[in-house]
Design a protein around this ligand. Structure first.
Ligand code: PGA
Length: 252
């Protein structure tokens, strides 16, 4: 059975105090949930990772990073490497978020290097990708998604896929209030599984958790999560509110 995951991407939100408080509140609110075969993840900003790890101790909540640099160290002012994250107890890193691609010019090639650095450090990644509105309108969404996955991940061997979680996030649905329909999500997730099966095999394709991201809310989460190829969600805005995030966790 594939692992189900609800991950909150906090983006550039929550200072130290707010991060700790949100984790504390979340701990309390999910206490009663069984959460079998389900992971609950939050991604605070770099400076709040250590204190968030401390706050999440003795709970189901995993603290992950939102990004990292591919090099081990060196003259890259303002950057943070995989081994630095690992040294403070981080096990998972989000890569390729559309905001990184759009505002920080992240490319498939650079992301392939980041994925390699993640694996060299025995970390895991939540790898994000998704088409623009114009791609969908021009019926290129499958090609765009296929290229994003192939360019950054298809050089990996089968074993490496155990450390990969995919997050399909159509850019037109991120922070816009507009969600892909459950059918659109399922259609894309099934397509993603089919290209992985073609490249590797059924075992790899069936084993990888594929999250949907883009305006997931308690009100639409259940329908989206009910689809057979949707294994959870990557949540932005709604992850900043404990009641909303808990509602989404309940939906899974
Ligand atoms: P959103 O963001 O839930 O606010 O649309 C999702 C994401 O960026 O991962």
């Amino acid at each position: 059975m594939r692992t189900k995951i609800v991950a909150g991407n906090w983006k550039m939100n929550n200072d130290k105090k707010e991060s700790k408080q949100l984790i504390k509140d979340l701990k309390k609110s999910i206490k009663a949930e069984k959460l079998e075969n389900t992971r609950v993840i939050v991604a605070p900003t770099f400076v709040n990772l250590s204190s968030s790890i401390k706050a999440a101790k003795n709970s189901k909540i995993e603290v992950v990073a939102q990004n990292m640099h591919q090099a081990k160290n060196g003259a890259y002012t303002g950057e943070i490497s995989a081994n630095m994250l690992k040294a403070i107890g981080i096990k998972t890193v989000i890569l390729g978020h559309s905001e990184r691609r759009t505002y920080f010019n992240e490319t498939d090639k650079g992301l392939a290097e980041k994925v390699d650095a993640v694996l060299e450090n025995e970390l895991e990644t939540i790898f994000c990708f998704g088409e623009l509105l114009e791609d969908r309108k021009s019926d290129h969404h499958f090609t765009v998604v296929k290229d994003q996955i192939a360019n950054a991940l298809f050089h990996l061997d089968k074993v490496a896929w155990k450390s990969i979680i995919l997050a399909y996030e159509p850019v037109w649905a991120i922070g816009t209030g507009e969600t892909a329909s459950a059918e659109q999500a399922q259609e894309m997730h099934a397509f993603i599984r089919s290209i992985i099966e073609k490249k590797y095999n059924k075992e790899v394709a069936d084993g990888v958790s594929i999250l949907y991201g883009g305006s997931v809310k308690p009100a639409n989460a259940e329908e989206i999560f009910s689809k057979p190829d949707v294994d959870g969600g990557l949540i932005g805005g709604a992850a900043l509110n404990v009641a909303d995030f808990t509602g989404i966790i309940k939906a899974i």
